[in-house]
Design a protein around this ligand. Structure first.
Ligand code: 5AD
Ligand code: SF4
Length: 469
């Protein structure tokens, strides 16, 4: 048994990161068994679940369409806020019942919650239905952990506090045939005081640019139309690995593969250079969509958050992006109710939102995360005031989302059609270049294609349109 330690996790890797290749000698061990993976959280987790499925399929397990048919259920968890925790623990209650009628059912936990000391202690004491836990740093060992559980019948908890190597060529079973996630950097070294990610995902580790470009070339060969480069802070790409190769170089090299649409998430304003803005502006296949978390408009709160920029610096970068990148759309993340946030600080945030007029924003109430510096700060904002600020912020945010969408009205734009509409069989769903969701009147044969769509209606969170031949 290896359990996590948050203080150890805070220390950074002293040695050199090794680059290794995935290997497994468990061929055929999953034959006749089915699995079900349930994912919580961000795009990194979505992509990790594609790897979990890929590894399981590679040794003969089959995907269960219905969770009731599964022999193994894996929860790929998120730790970013308390409610993500609550959802997982709540669901473990449901699974406990399922296990009563299905004695051989195996239940496993992966993802960020697996890296938390408090979670592991709770699992050890209270959640006996969990059969195995595999941390984020040794995900490539998942199959051995499951095998050990099956062979020994003993509960397996294998979580490392230090990040492991960068493992290439992990099998991946992608959810989409048209749009793919590609990791470019793991972990984060920013240590924003509210955030648990630097502890659960470890130090910043960039993949080698040749490996990323090769992966994208393969995707292009297989008919993929869109690639999203993933990282907790993609703008730090290369800093840990190269003297002189940054996200700007990578975007340029990946754009050269001929992929039709190239995207990237998430950005940190601190590492965002003008050179990067210029590449986004100048390359037709780098999409004009940037997610640029603000977190707060108050300089006092930004400092307490350890965000490393002022609201003036954020605004300067924001204006640079808007002025250089044609038809861009910019979204953001904002936290309300951080310890010490007064009404005046919150109004500074509203002021910045009014100035930036974001295309959209994900807004959150501050949620203290065990062992992060902000969790040790005295909470000064009541739950009631947090909810009130969230509500007031959302009203302003939604007004600007709606305004940004109204600007698209009557325009003919290019959409990548990704799925049928769930609500209307005569419609399909797609995304514009600037990442707006469109419900399109058109046949299912459009799925997987980039087509012209005329925008006929605009709402706060989506657009309506019709396919133009
Ligand atoms: N409480 C509330 N929101 C948080 N986020 C990260 N940590 C916390 C926390 N402890 C938000 C930030 C981040 C997004 C992914 O989640 O806004 O950008
Ligand atoms: Fe968390 Fe800050 Fe790193 Fe984003 S940049 S993952 S908010 S520590």
């Amino acid at each position: 048994m290896k359990t996590p330690n948050m203080l150890e996790a805070k220390k950074r890797h002293q040695g050199k990161i090794e680059y290794t290749n995935y290997s497994s000698n468990l061929e055929g061990f999953g034959k006749g068994k089915k699995f079900y993976v349930r994912t919580y959280g961000c795009q990194m987790n979505e992509h990790d679940s594609e790897k979990i499925r890929g590894m399981l399929l590679s040794v003969g397990f089959e995907n269960a369409d219905d969770i009731n048919d599964a022999d193994i259920i894996i929860l790929n968890t998120c730790a970013i806020r308390e409610n993500a925790h609550d959802k997982v623990f709540g669901y473990l209650g449901v699974l406990k019942h399922m296990k009563k009628s299905k004695k051989d059912l195996l239940i496993g936990i992966c993802g960020c919650m697996a890296q938390e000391e408090v979670v592991i202690n709770e699992i050890l004491n209270k959640y006996k239905q969990v059969d195995f836990v595999c941390g984020t740093h040794n995900l490539d060992n998942l199959l051995s952990i499951i095998k050990e559980k099956i062979d020994t019948k003993k509960r397996q908890i294998e979580v490392l506090s230090y990040e492991g190597d960068v493992v290439e060529n992990v099998p991946v079973s992608r959810d989409s045939k048209y749009s793919a996630w590609v990791d470019i950097i793991y972990g984060c070294d920013k240590f924003c005081t509210y955030c648990i990610v630097p502890y659960t995902r470890g130090t910043q580790r960039s993949r080698r640019h040749e490996d990323i470009v090769d992966e994208v070339k393969e995707l292009v060969k297989n008919g993929y139309k869109e690639v999203t480069l993933l990282g907790q802070n993609v703008n730090a790409y290369g800093k840990d690995l190269y003297e002189d190769y940054t996200l700007a170089n990578l975007l340029s090299d990946v754009a050269d593969t001929g992929i039709a649409r190239l995207r990237f998430v998430t950005s940190h304003p601190w590492d965002f250079t003008e050179e990067m803005v210029d590449v986004i502006a100048s390359r037709d296949n780098v999409m004009p969509y940037i997610h640029l978390p603000l977190q707060s408009g108050s300089n006092k709160i930004l400092k307490l958050m350890n965000r490393r920029y002022t609201s003036e610096e954020y605004l300067k970068l924001y204006k640079l992006i808007r002025s250089k990148v044609k038809d861009s759309s910019v979204t953001t993340d904002i936290i309300v109710g951080f310890p010490g946030e007064t009404e005046e600080d919150f109004e500074e945030t509203l002021k910045l939102v009014n100035e930036c007029k974001f295309d959209g924003a994900f807004t959150f109430a501050f949620s203290p995360r065990e062992n992060t510096p902000a969790a040790l700060m005295k909470e000064t904002v009541s739950e009631e005031v947090k909810m009130d600020r969230l509500h007031r912020l959302n009203e302003v945010v939604n007004k600007y989302s709606n305004e940004a969408n109204q600007k698209m009205l009557n325009k003919t734009v290019k959409c990548l059609v990704i799925s049928p509409s769930e609500k209307d069989k005569n419609k399909v769903c797609g995304y514009t270049e600037n990442m707006k969701l469109v419900n399109i009147i058109g046949p299912k044969s459009l799925i997987g294609k980039i087509v012209n769509v005329k925008i006929t209606d605009a709402k706060s969170f989506s657009l309506d349109g019709e396919y133009i031949k």
